[in-house]
Design a protein. Sequence first.
Length: 660
Amino acid sequence: MRHTFADTVEIDLQRKLQRPSPHELRCLYDQDDEPARRTATRQGLWIAVIVYLLFSATDLLMIPDVAPYTIVARLMVGVVALAILEAQYHLGAGIKWLDRTSASALVLGYAVWVFPAAQTIHSHSLSYYMVFGAIFMMGANLFFSFRFGLSVASSSAVLFTFLFSLSIFWPGKMYVFAFGTFYVSCFVFTSYVNWKLNRERYHVFLNALEAKMQQKEASERGEALLRMSNTDYLTGLANRRAVDQKLRQYWDDWQETGRGFATLLVDVDFFKKYNDAYGHQGGDRCLIRVATAIKAAVEPYEGFIGRYGGEEFIVVAPIDNRQAAAGLAETIRLTVEKLGIRHEERRDGTSIVSVSVGAAFTREQNGEKLEKLIHEADRVLYGAKASGRNCARVFDPSDPESSDESENIAALLKIAIHHDLVSLVYQPIEDLASGRHDSVEALMRLKTLDGNIIPPSLFIPIAERTGSILELGRWAIRTVCRDLLADNHVQTASVNVSPIQLKTPGFAASVAAILYETGVAGSRLAFEITEGLEMEKHSEVLRCISDLKTLGIKIWLDDFGTGFAGLSWLRLIDFDTVKIDRSFLHDSVSVRGEAMLQDIIGLIRNRGPRILVEGVETSVQLALLRTMHIDAVQGYHVGRPAPAELYHRRPTSGAKSLPV
């Protein structure tokens, strides 16, 4: 059974590492840190042999008559033991063999010394000298890191060797009793200490192993979350966030090396009708088939594909001329058409699913703005849809039907405030705990001189590019404070703030001046910021946000989960509220979508800010969010955007009073 991306991520998030059995743990412990233990054992035996040979001087002082024999025996055991150990070490023998060699060297080292020594005529000196034999027992139990069984075996051999040597050297019953008791006591004490050390080492190993497994689980979960943040849960393609990053890489490469690329926007025709006719599950299956087909079609072009919106895809390919871009666009269109997915609800003469494609490629006229290239592709895409759909177009600056109108809009923005072409509407935000609508979001609207509405998605990027956003932003903040906050018509109002404004010196000071002018406390104002492509590189943005928080202004993260919001921003900024993009709520009709929404809520909740979900359009969605204990919601079911005058007539209590 083939899993979707969402299934894979969910499996990764819920998967637990299998814990080893006790037998496996013991085997792992025996193998634990073997290279370090091999080195330590090798060094330990070298030191032990050197000290062992140095005691030859004591033989000359204490038992000079048999010293030549004991010294020769010491040399033989030491040289042979080191030779065997070095051979094992260089041949890659395991730690068990090195430990056994070292233990055998300790036992033999004691045996070949004690029996010649017992032949001495200096029995009085030897009676004291015999106490040094306990060093061999201590070496077996304490100086080397032998496992308990091997240490007990080797120290027992030393003990029995001593007891056997008494048959040759017998100073007296009291001596035998005293020294025998001493050796037995040493054996018991050192064996107990070795057992404690091995037990402690085993517990340390278990703790370290558990820490490693937890770290691995955390790492795998982090990788799954990272994949989730960069991948569209339905199609498995790159999501908007990953697409934005890839686009920036292509753009930077073009700026530095001159290697151009083409951007193609692909929109599934009449997809809403398809969803209505065949249901959301049928729509999901359709998008998956289309995404898979487009991905296969662009692979020969070394193209990159992502899901840019609900039914919109984006393709980026290393193509820098009109003919090649047109060829790829037509290939994509034909590929989807050949799928033959039935779509009986179109009623435009076509009964299968098709796509419209808009393409643009890098030229010197693009200047230094990536957004302009995307806008060009978007313009010709809408031109293709207006031409009857199921067609592909490439941006042509000389074609009046696809020419860029941004200059006209830019000129309009310069006079918008003075000619009352720009206005604000306010959409209520409901606090789920109290059910009150004490907060609103200010939304900017723009119209032309003849009254036609220009969508924010079109004029806001142009305002940012031309710098008009600075004046519009100050106007919006002042208007919100004056129209709603100064007279306490609402408790809190949020205003969208562009990264351009945050990077402008003196922005926080201008906000402070507006608050002073209108007599509004900063705590009643919230700024919604959306992560721009390059914002993380600008430390002045973070300083500006810090200054705004000093004024008491709340900082909200907007559109979390889309291409402009990232997990890194939750680390960089202490947000008061995080707004989850509406697409995750709308996808929650499926089990996978609901699980994805729940995971995102859990991720944000762990960071601490309040959670607001956008796009609530039905009572079912609202009920779902109540079960998830969301702090606040926003959407047409809660209330539609309305002018300030409607809020002036609301009760001061902030209770629900707006039509939904």
